[in-house]
Design a protein around this ligand. Sequence first.
Ligand code: SAM
Ligand code: GLN
Length: 221
Amino acid sequence: KKMAENDPLEYITGCSDFSGLKLLITKDVLIPRSETEILVEKIIQEISLNKELKGKTFLDIGTGSGAIGLSVKKAFPDLQVILTDQSEKALKVARKNAQSNKLDVIFFLGELLEPLPIGERVDFLASNPPYISKKAYQSLEKSVKKEPFQALVGGETGLEVYERLEKECRSYLKKQAKCFFEIGFDQKKSLLNLFSEPFWKKKEIYNDWSGHPRFFFLEIE
Ligand code: SAM
Ligand code: GLN
């Protein structure tokens, strides 16, 4: 009956399997997508290139259920993992997921990087921010519209969170830091333009299983 009312299955069962984790899912968080599992797999490959992870830090901005950050912590217990979200309710769900999966991570509530302590710099930054435009939101399926608006819509153009991240994250990155983003299927060109300054030394775009450019990886000097 609930599905006939367009409630997504995960909101009915209250859980989802993601990258080998069992996650509690409530209406306060985005339901983790299978594309994001590809993102996690690619992040794990990149981080595996490092021999020593003790003392290195990974930040997941807009963590929602904790899907990305908790999967990375599970793969690399030595890595210090920080999860942030502007939604207190989402962060509560992420906290429960950390506990139930026995993962020791740090939480900060607030806008993008604002809640981080002054002077904090990270080695790895990941985010699957809201990236849908207000216009595209109108034509989403009813079941997707049951998910939190602020988890889906990145302003008028869908690019607003990226515009802020491009500027704001710079002073929070260590030398040779790597950034891993999930992006909208039609945003490749805009994002290559947005991150065009020499500060962003290396840039790679990877496709999802449907052949859409979906993951944007960057590295700095
Ligand atoms: N990382 C999860 C995943 O991949 O399943 C959730 C991603 S969801 C697309 C985006 C998340 O970013 C939401 O949890 C939302 O609350 C959060 N968010 C949106 N705008 C934000 C902002 N300005 N600062 C911090 N978090 C934000
Ligand atoms: N991939 C989600 C969707 O298509 C959007 C998630 C996001 O905005 N980051 O509904």
